[in-house]
Write a protein that binds this ligand. Structure first.
Ligand code: WTA
Length: 630
């Protein structure tokens, strides 16, 4: 635990060291891990390529750093506590030793099915411990996992299977969510009409009926039967791929963000222990889904590398009622609780009655992630959940960054509502104006960039390195561009202002406006569409779509519903527009570019200042759009 920051001056000291001697700093952190062969060099980098290598030529297996490293000391400690959707169903506590054996058994089963080092494996599963077993089993044998959020549609799933050329899909029969039982295998079946894999392994969760294709589909409980519960972990290079995680950008289809083993391992454990000030024996709960990066880094890898007890929750915050989170906190005496602002706002709307029955005195740290937290939600969280006792860590980071980048160190960094505060050691931020000029000093606002590599950063976008370069390393030369706007206040504290590109953040889920437009355009009567975000009380941002359509003989209501269904089918229910306005035209410049600024203003309801509309091809449409605003 020598890498732990204990005081504010300790933080500044570590930060300073991480900037003046980054290689020495990270070598010291990496020393506490188990490497089969030590690195020749800590870092090689070039942001032009980009070409980034951490712990060059080191050999390791990340799962040895979870299991072999902990078994003798922590074998009987709970690694995962699983809380099912239905509070009346019994939960499960899985110790490090049990998890180790499960992972070995399942990784042996994967090998028996012909899956080997370098193969891509899609995991499309609900929040059951086997999802974590699946990820770790892949890591154990050197297969590259790509978890796809189980709420994505069959066509989104098929796109991902095709993009990474997956050899297998690990899934379940169904999924319980609130009072619903949802088919999961059936979505895989549909996806496999448009893609193909050799093997599908189905974990039985709900017992609902599924179709199994002979030779391709197998039951989880059958494939592990008779498999040994130990094995030797595959020897991996530090820069071998650990996983691919698809995420939305401002253009085109979701891209597969690639993380490699060594750096990601070092960074997730280090950031987890420090940000949450995790102490041995604490019970930690992150409410994210493993389909998102937060679930990867802070339910599975970070906590398990740290030997922590990590809760995995299958359900939703409002089932059976809006007190569920607090019931679970009481039940397991949760010490660190990490959730998204959208959940806080949704619960805030139910008032404080649902909190009253529960003893929340075990809580020590509260965390927030995924989107900017507004001051009101911050205060509500602080007062009613943390009883003003618990520091809030507002953690800013991204799928691409692998781990938390800007955040208070719990209980150490003085907090300020809605501020992610200060960068973690090793993270060199800079703010640039639209011309790319670095803005120095405090009280400035601009685009957030990172100008030096950190171990957890993405290495490429799968199968398309050029896209990685264009998206992240070309806007501002020599820097990684985050896509976020940021303010550095008079104290030097950072406040994230939200995306400055065409990415919107709906309930903490990233969505590309172009991606939603493409889905809308799949409806046969849609001629053109434009999607923007607008402030939404609970979701943070809502999706507002302007659609030009041939109505044929449908009512507007029918058409709107059909369009929503189309989007649901193509991406998933999370991408369904909140508002759809049928328009006869879109405001375009003479060169045919849609003026999104205007569409955003109308969607926001700030109608008084439309700016200069004289350069528009058809200024009349603006009036029509304002009049028809939803
Ligand atoms: C936003 C989620 C403000 C931001 C870990 C970023 C935040 C995007 C915060 C990444 C925060 C995440 N405050 N905004 N604490 N955390 N964001 O890839 O716009 O799903 O670029 O990763 O979420 O979303 P992603």
């Amino acid at each position: 635990m020598s890498d732990r920051i204990h005081t504010l001056s300790g933080y500044f000291h570590e930060y300073q060291k991480s900037v003046t001697e980054p290689e020495k700093f990270w070598a010291r952190i990496a020393d506490s891990f188990h490497w089969q062969k030590r690195w020749d060099k800590v870092l090689e980098w070039d942001f032009e390529g980009p070409d980034i290598k951490w712990f060059v030529n080191a050999k390791l297996n990340i799962t040895e750093n979870i299991f072999e490293k902990h078994l003798y000391t922590l074998g009987d400690r709970a690694a995962i506590i699983w809380e099912p959707n239905d509070p009346n169903e019994e939960g499960r506590t899985i110790t490090y030793r049990e998890l180790y054996h499960e992972v070995c058994r399942f990784s042996n089963a994967l090998k028996a099915k012909g899956i080997k080092k370098g193969d891509r494996v899609i995991i499309y599963m609900p929040m059951v411990p086997e999802a974590a077993v699946a990820m770790l089993a892949c890591a154990r044998i050197g297969a590259i996992h790509s978890v796809v959020f189980a709420g994505f549609s069959s066509s989104a799933l098929a796109d991902r299977v095709n993009d990474c050329g997956a050899k297998a899909i690990l899934t379940s029969d169904g999924n319980y969510r609130g009072n619903k039982k949802i088919g999961v295998k059936s979505v895989v079946d549909e996806a496999l009409e448009k893609s193909s894999v050799d093997t599908v392994i189905v974990y039985q969760r709900t017992g609902q009926e599924v179709t199994m294709k002979e030779g391709r589909d197998h039951w989880w409980h059958e494939v592990i039967e008779g498999e040994e519960d130990t094995n030797k972990a595959e020897v991996m290079d530090s820069e071998d791929m650990l996983f691919i995680l698809y995420t939305s950008g401002s253009t085109g289809k979701p891209k597969g963000v690639v993380h490699t083993i060594g750096g990601y391992m070092v960074y997730t454990k280090y950031s987890f222990e420090n940000v949450f000030q995790y102490s041995p024996g604490d019970v930690y709960w992150c409410t994210a889904d493993i389909g998102w990066i937060t679930g990867h880094s802070y339910i599975v890898y970070g906590p398990l590398l740290a030997g922590a007890t990590s809760i995995m929750f299958e359900g939703v915050p409002t089932y059976p009622d809006a007190g569920r989170f607090w019931a679970v906190c009481e039940k397991y005496k949760v010490n660190q609780f990490y959730t998204a602002p959208t959940a806080i706002r949704a619960l805030q709307a139910h008032g404080t009655d649902p909190i009253e029955p529960y003893d929340l005195s075990s809580l020590k740290v509260l965390g927030s992630v995924g989107e900017p937290i507004n001051e009101e939600a911050w205060h509500w969280y602080h007062t009613h959940i943390g009883k003003t006792r618990c520091p809030i860590v507002d953690t800013w980071w991204q799928t691409e960054t692998g781990g938390i980048m800007v955040s208070p160190i719990a209980g150490i960094t003085p907090t300020k509502p809605a501020y992610a505060t200060l960068p973690l050691p090793g993270i060199q931020l800079c703010i640039v104006d639209n011309e790319g000029k670095i803005m120095t000093g405090n009280s400035v606002e601009g685009n957030l960039c990172i100008c030096f590599p950190w171990p957890g950063m993405l290495r490429t976008t799968y199968g398309d390195h050029e896209r990685c370069k264009q998206t992240y390393f070309s806007t501002y030369k020599g820097m990684y561009f985050t896509g976020d706007g940021v303010k550095r206040d008079h104290d030097g504290y950072y406040r994230i202002l939200g995306r400055v590109d065409d990415v919107i953040n709906v309930s903490g889920h990233r969505m590309g406006t172009a991606e939603v437009e493409n889905a809308i355009n799949e409806h046969p009567l849609v001629i053109e569409s434009a999607v923007v975000g607008y402030p939404h009380e609970v979701k943070g941002q809502g999706i507002y779509a302007y659609v030009i359509s041939d109505m044929k003989n449908r009512t507007e209501e029918n058409l709107v519903n059909e369009i929503k269904d189309t989007v649901s089918k193509i991406i998933g229910p999370i991408a369904k527009p909140d508002k759809i306005q049928i328009v006869s035209g879109l405001p375009k410049t003479r060169s045919g570019k849609i003026m999104r600024r205007i569409l955003r203003k109308v969607a926001e309801g700030s109608l008084d200042n439309m700016g200069d509309t004289s350069t528009l091809l058809d200024p009349e449409v603006v009036t029509e759009i304002i009049d028809g605003r939803k």
